[in-house]
Design a protein around this ligand. Structure first.
Ligand SMILES: C[S@@+](CC[C@H](N)C(=O)[O-])C[C@H]1O[C@@H](n2cnc3c(N)ncnc32)[C@H](O)[C@@H]1O
Length: 236
């Protein structure tokens, strides 16, 4: 397998792969994967054409780690076409990271009940409805002590945000650390008051992002620009 000395090397291979991951979020994935122990196992839920998979696998390449990529490659209006899986495989091969990735072509919710392998990092970017997100977060039970979870679209999607709100309750197993755009970082551990307040404080920003998405759907780009969103694409 190829070796990648820096994030820039990895991003050169990933940036042309279609997907929604921003360069800053790719950097966050890289940094989180690079801090793991040798031989680490990273679970990625939702791989699409492999943009995030390539970054994670490149980050683990030097240390013998593995990305387990879970995606059923559904044939739907937004993500799917029968060729999504073959594009995913082609992109991994072209980047030279295929040997560091194990594909599980199934729904996360089908895989989760019988999952037993310990995880060092969990990246959640699969189906964005509340029930699936609630179920995906249950993979946290397999993350090693002190390990982290990254959740994409955490503050730009109704389903994902509703799915993480139960983490506000006292005694929840995950505490919110920070975010890059809408990609949130959680860590295993019981949240204190300040962790819960920090998560709550993201809600106005989430409401703003949902508002921007509504404006874009209504083709009111001028209003979206006035709200600070100067892009044709949704805020991620
Ligand atoms: C937003 S895309 C993932 C993008 C990818 N992480 C990237 O950065 O390029 C969401 C993906 O989740 C997949 N998906 C949908 N339902 C899923 C489920 N229940 N489990 C795992 N993946 C799912 C879709 O097939 C789609 O490829």
């Amino acid at each position: 397998m190829m070796r990648f000395g820096s994030f820039a090397d990895a991003w050169t291979l990933a940036e042309d792969i279609p997907g929604w991951l921003t360069p800053d979020q790719a950097r966050l994935l890289w940094d989180e994967a690079r801090r793991l122990q040798p031989g680490a196992r990273v679970l990625e839920i939702g791989s699409y054409q492999g943009r995030s998979t390539v970054v994670l696998a490149a980050a683990l390449a030097d240390s013998g780690g593995q990305v387990v990529a879970v995606d059923p490659f559904v044939d739907d209006w937004k993500y799917g076409s029968p060729v999504t899986r073959s594009r995913f495989e082609e992109h991994l091969a072209r980047a030279g990271v295929a040997a560091g990735v194990r594909l599980v072509a199934d729904y996360s919710t089908a895989v989760r009940p019988t999952w037993t392998e310990p995880l060092d990092l969990l990246f959640v970017d699969g189906k964005h409805d509340v029930l699936t997100v609630l179920d995906d977060l249950k993979f946290a039970a397999h993350v090693r002590q002190g390990g982290r979870l990254l959740v994409h679209d955490c503050f730009s999607s109704v389903g994902v945000t509703l799915g993480v709100l139960p983490l506000l309750r006292p005694g929840s197993p995950l505490r919110f650390l920070t975010r890059t755009g809408s990609m949130a970082v959680f860590e295993l551990g019981s949240p204190g008051v300040s962790d819960r307040l920090r998560l709550l404080a993201q809600l106005p920003w989430w409401a703003r992002n949902i508002g921007i998405k509504v404006l874009l759907r209504l083709k009111l780009r001028g209003l979206a620009r006035r709200a600070g969103h100067d892009s044709l694409y949704d805020p991620f």
